[in-house]
Design a protein around this ligand. Structure first.
Ligand code: FEO
Length: 392
């Protein structure tokens, strides 16, 4: 695909990866992704902001055939999906200087083998005149690595945000056209990648407030020509107050846990609580992560394998712990055959979640009327806790 003009002298480059289905050998990509690089031509200097995934070398080099000289390569982020082609771009343009944050420089040297002599550290707030186009660099750490920064083009009011505000979405649209689709992709991206750094993201958003931003140009997914759409979404996602929602990851081996889960789902719905169950035998782990963005309560449903929890539940509990969502409450339900340490095991897996534990209900084999009654009581407790916090 050829470079695409955004405004005079500013171009999208990079590649669409329509068919990629897994990122970092971890994150599902139902809609593929893109690796956006940007070329900024001033009257005297030219800069390339980020590169692309190493698999896209041919695409980027073909686009650069129309760029006779390059003065700067700007690495907003050292992760390889954006930095991976920096070595070959530096080879193509021996006079170019690589610019990175103070923490970015050693990471680019470690991960890509870039020679120290090719990299110059830019300070937080530093500006770079290109002749009629002025770039400034703003450190925005932990979106989502410690070295991340964004680049702002003052004259055209474009924020090049790299992963920040990105979405894993391959689309031929340069800008957002279907807000619902992009909202879902961006929320999934936030949930899987950004959510653990919620508190730092708030500081970074505050730091960006003084900027007049007409366009946000992330390094994944379409650009935003109505920045308020994604800025408001981020403000909502990082807010401390959760929503009146329960997320319920579970797995069931012989149907007992599923029967309990179904009963609890019905009991919660009757009490006005939104709830989403996720059968871990088949669920898209990204959808589970998205549900954790807003949920006030986590209920884990597990059968007992030997005397412990099911391995799929280990994985889901570990994931929830790592993502550090704003959950307030938790509970465990499930079943066992003769003995179970599932509750203690799950509790030990979620130390990062500062939740009030509302109880555990384990049935021996099929749930009996007393177990179902206990689930009704749990639903009542959850609904009451949500009401106390005035959650919507
Ligand atoms: Fe898109 Fe953190 O790389």
């Amino acid at each position: 695909m050829n470079a695409r003009q955004i405004v005079s002298g500013v171009y999208w480059m990079g590649a669409l990866d329509w068919h990629r289905r897994l990122f970092d050998a971890l994150i599902p990509l139902p809609d593929g992704t893109s690796y956006n690089a940007y070329l900024v031509r001033g009257q005297t200097k030219t800069a390339l902001i980020d590169t692309a995934d190493p698999t896209m070398q041919r695409e980027l080099l073909e686009q650069l055939e129309h760029v006779p000289s390059l003065d700067y390569v700007i690495a907003n982020h050292a992760e390889q999906d954006h930095s991976g082609l920096i070595p070959c771009v530096l080879d193509k343009y021996p006079q170019a200087t690589l610019l990175a944050s103070a923490k970015g420089k050693p990471m680019l040297m470690d991960h890509l083998g870039v020679a120290e002599s090719r990299v110059r550290v830019v300070a937080d707030g530093e500006t770079l005149p290109l002749g009629g186009k002025t770039l400034s660099f703003i450190y925005t750490p932990w979106v989502h690595w410690p070295e991340t920064m964004v680049t702002y083009l003052r004259e055209d009011r474009i924020l090049f945000s790299c992963d920040f505000f990105g979405s894993h979405l391959a689309t031929s649209d340069l800008y957002v056209t279907d807000e619902g689709r992009v909202y879902e992709a961006a929320k999934r991206y936030y949930a899987e990648i950004m959510m653990p750094f919620r508190a730092v993201i708030r500081k970074n958003l505050d730091k960006l407030k003084p900027l007049a931003i007409e366009r946000i140009a992330p390094s994944h997914g379409p650009l935003y020509d109505h920045p308020a759409f994604i800025l408001d979404a981020y403000r909502d996602w990082i807010a401390d107050t959760p929503k009146n929602e329960v997320v319920l990851p579970y797995i069931s081996m012989h149907g007992s846990t599923e029967k309990m889960v179904n009963h609890l789902v019905g009991a919660l719905v009757e009490r006005g609580v939104r709830v989403t169950p996720f059968n871990l035998a088949s669920t898209d782990i990204g959808k589970l992560a998205m549900a954790l963005v807003d949920a006030a309560t986590l209920v884990v449903g597990t059968p007992t394998v030997h005397v412990g929890t099911h391995p799929a539940v280990f994985y889901a509990a570990h994931l929830a712990n790592a993502l550090r969502p704003k959950l307030k409450f938790a509970a465990i339900v499930g079943s066992y055959g003769w003995s179970s340490k599932a509750v203690e095991q799950i509790a030990g897996l979620i130390p990062n979640l500062k939740v009030e534990v509302l109880g555990s209900i384990l049935a021996r084999g099929l749930p009996q009327p007393a177990d179902l009654a206990a689930l009704d009581t749990l639903a009542e407790t959850i609904a009451g806790k949500h009401r106390e916090l005035h959650l919507h």
